[in-house]
Structure formats: structure tokens, C-alpha cells
Design a protein around this ligand. Structure first.
Ligand code: AMP
Ligand code: MG
Length: 359
């Protein structure tokens, strides 16, 4: 064979290899973009839960996830008389109660997060939650000052005694009540992702009552765009968004949680009373923020943080958020001013020019 022919054959082969590479890459991308989508919604944990999966097996995976959420509800729900949590509450001031390892683990986390939040998130807030009438048949109302003072005595996460050896928990004083409402949805989100992963799902959007966990990237590789609700719009319109690209994922996932005074509230004499209680005063927190959004890796932690930062308020909350590594936050005030932690700059997009990004 002469040299020219050799050269020609080599070139043809090279072109074929490159073309094949391009075509198969295209095919792969097409398959990725056209991943089968499945979405379902269920009411649980006193809220609306939506899960969307990309890829095969979504329906079965989501069914299993909802079953898992039911188990979590049976463990943690303050408003279910039969829940394991309420066995601890019923025995407050008395004997330590043997509990499931899962509940024990959640309580340990809750105590850790209470310390991280300087007590502004406190899982023993229950005496106050119930005093204000949240979850009651009559609905919420403003309690008497002396009742608030009494209930305040019953809120202290240091008086939640947990024994890993004995597998027990105990509230030290009669009348103390555990309320995990500020962390349950985050924990459930964490577990939901576990179940999805076990079922081979690699990309999903999980929204448990505003506590969002993103698994993997979106199939079309555009960033996930998580709307932040306008806290003063009845229609729940977004005032901005947090955009999450592949570089923002930590170990393949990320969580976004918002706490706001618009989620549950009532009005009395032109005053708005919302559901996030300051454990120092016994009244709805008034720290200057009407909405706090937190972005970080651990869904349970940021659920606690979104509530805790709300209570700490604009100044102390921003300071704490800034000091925590890998945690970013958005604070919105009544005046429609928006405050961001330093790492949030490139993630937050303002969509409503009634609002002003201050820093
Ligand atoms: P979130 O929507 O995550 O901010 O949680 C609010 C829920 O947590 C309320 O409905 C109460 O059940 C509970 N809660 C209210 N105030 C506090 C607090 N300071 N610490 C812990 N839980 C709280
Ligand atoms: Mg929370």
C-alpha cells in the first residue's frame, strides 16, 4: 500500500471515530434532556408536599417516599395524640420514656440546632405554641400576659434529657411540651431524598411545605430556580429567586428553606400575630425580618435555622448566618428591603422592583 492510500484511510477512520463520538454524545444528551418526568402531591405533616422526579421509576419511588413521610408524621406530629412525640409530652416531669432510635436521633439534632441558634430555635416551644392556640379547634388568639409568663418557664431545651444508652427521652418539668414543627419538614426532606436515592432516582425536586431539597441537576442543565415568595402578596407571587447550578450542590444536593410571618397568622386589633414565637418573650418574634430563607447542605439544619434566624432578627440573624460556613441566607423586611449574606450575591435574582437589595 502506498503512503497516500494509508494516509487517506487513516483520515477516513479518524473522521468516523470523531463523528461517532459526536453522535453518541448527542444521543446521551438527548436521553438526559428527555428524562421521564413524574410528579405527585400529598397532604401530610400539616402541609402540601410535592415531589418531582426525572428518570425511570419515578412513580414507585414517590409512592415509597410518601409512605416514609407518613411514618415520620406518626413519630413527630404534635397534633396527633398517638404520636411518639406525645408520649414524651404526656410524661413531662415524670418517668423517662423509651423511644424509637429515629425519634432519639431527631431530638439530638434538635438540641444541637437549638444551641447553634442560640436558643432562638427551641424544640420545647410547645407550651407557648399550644397556649397561643395554634392547631386548636377554636383557632389562635392572644393569651393573657400571666399565662405567657407561666408558659415561658416551660421552654428550655436544656431541660430535654436524652439518654442514648437507655434509648429514652424526658422533659424535666411537668407541663413542658416538645414541638418539632420548625424542623420536621426539613428532616422529612432529608429522608425523602434517601428513599429516592435508594430507588435509583438521581434527579429530583422535593418541596415539603416550602422546605425544598434539590437532588442532582435539572435534566436540561439550566439552574434550578427557586422562587422566594413576596411576603406581602396574597397570591403568593415570587419577589425573587435563588438560582442553584451544579457548582452550588454539595455532595449532589442542596436544601432551601423559608420561614415567614405570612405562613400562619391572625389579626386582632389591627395587629398581626404570626406563628413563629420568640422563646425570650413568648410573643411572635419581632426581629425586623418578615421572611428568612436559608440555603445549605443539610435540610434539617436549615429548617431549624430558617426559624431561628427569623427569631434572632435582621441584625443578629444576619451576623449568625454570615458566621456559619456553607450557609447562605436572604432576609426580607416589612419595608421590602432585602439583605443577603455574602455568598448569596451570585445566587439571588430580584424579580420585583418594589423590593430593594440593600447589601
Ligand atoms: P417554620 O415554618 O419552620 O419556621 O416553623 C414554624 C413552626 O415551628 C411553628 O408553627 C411552631 O410549631 C414551631 N415554632 C414556633 N416558634 C418556634 C421557635 N422559636 N423554635 C422552635 N419552633 C418554633
Ligand atoms: Mg423551620
Amino acid at each position: 500500500m502506498n503512503n497516500k492510500l494509508m494516509m487517506a484511510i487513516t483520515i477516513v477512520i479518524l473522521i468516523a471515530v470523531v463523528l461517532f463520538g459526536v453522535v453518541s454524545q448527542r444521543q446521551e444528551e438527548n436521553e438526559k434532556h428527555n428524562l421521564e418526568e413524574y410528579e405527585n402531591t400529598a397532604m401530610m405533616l400539616d402541609t402540601v408536599n410535592t415531589i418531582r422526579t426525572y428518570g425511570p421509576g419515578g412513580e414507585e419511588a414517590v409512592q415509597q417516599t410518601f409512605s416514609r413521610l407518613e411514618e415520620i408524621e406518626a413519630l413527630l406530629d404534635l397534633y396527633d395524640a398517638e404520636s411518639s412525640l406525645n408520649r414524651i409530652n404526656e410524661n413531662a416531669g415524670g418517668e423517662a420514656v423509651e423511644i424509637e432510635p429515629e425519634l432519639l436521633a431527631v431530638l439530638e439534632m434538635a438540641k444541637e440546632f437549638a444551641a447553634e441558634n442560640e436558643g432562638s430555635f427551641d424544640p420545647t416551644i410547645g407550651a407557648l405554641t399550644l397556649l397561643w392556640g395554634w392547631g386548636s379547634e377554636e383557632g389562635p388568639s392572644v393569651p393573657a400576659q400571666e399565662d405567657i409568663e407561666q408558659a415561658l418557664e416551660l421552654v428550655d431545651y436544656n431541660k430535654l434529657e436524652i439518654s442514648g444508652d437507655e434509648q429514652t427521652a424526658r422533659l424535666a418539668e411537668e407541663g413542658m411540651i416538645l414541638d418539632l414543627g420548625a424542623i420536621a419538614k426539613g428532616y422529612a426532606g432529608d429522608e425523602a431524598v434517601e428513599v429516592l436515592l435508594e430507588n435509583g432516582i438521581e434527579r429530583a425536586f422535593v418541596n415539603l411545605g416550602g422546605n425544598i431539597v434539590l437532588l442532582g441537576t435539572k435534566p436540561d442543565e439550566t439552574p434550578w430556580r427557586i422562587g422566594i415568595q413576596n411576603p406581602r402578596s396574597d397570591r403568593g407571587r415570587a419577589m425573587g429567586s435563588v438560582d442553584i447550578g451544579e457548582e452550588d450542590l454539595i455532595a449532589g444536593q442542596i436544601a432551601v428553606a423559608t420561614s415567614g410571618d405570612y405562613e400562619r397568622y391572625f389579626e386582632d386589633n389591627d395587629t398581626r400575630y404570626h406563628h413563629i414565637i420568640d422563646p425570650e418573650t413568648g410573643y411572635p418574634a419581632e426581629g425586623g425580618a418578615v421572611s428568612t430563607t436559608v440555603v445549605s447542605e443539610n435540610p434539617s439544619r436549615i429548617d431549624a435555622l430558617s426559624t431561628g434566624l427569623f427569631v434572632l432578627g435582621l441584625e443578629r440573624g444576619l451576623e449568625l448566618a454570615e458566621s456559619l460556613e456553607g450557609v447562605e441566607a436572604v432576609f426580607i423586611t416589612e419595608e421590602k428591603d432585602v439583605y443577603l449574606t455574602s455568598g448569596m450575591d451570585d445566587k439571588f435574582q430580584l424579580m420585583d422592583d418594589d423590593f430593594t437589595v440593600v447589601n
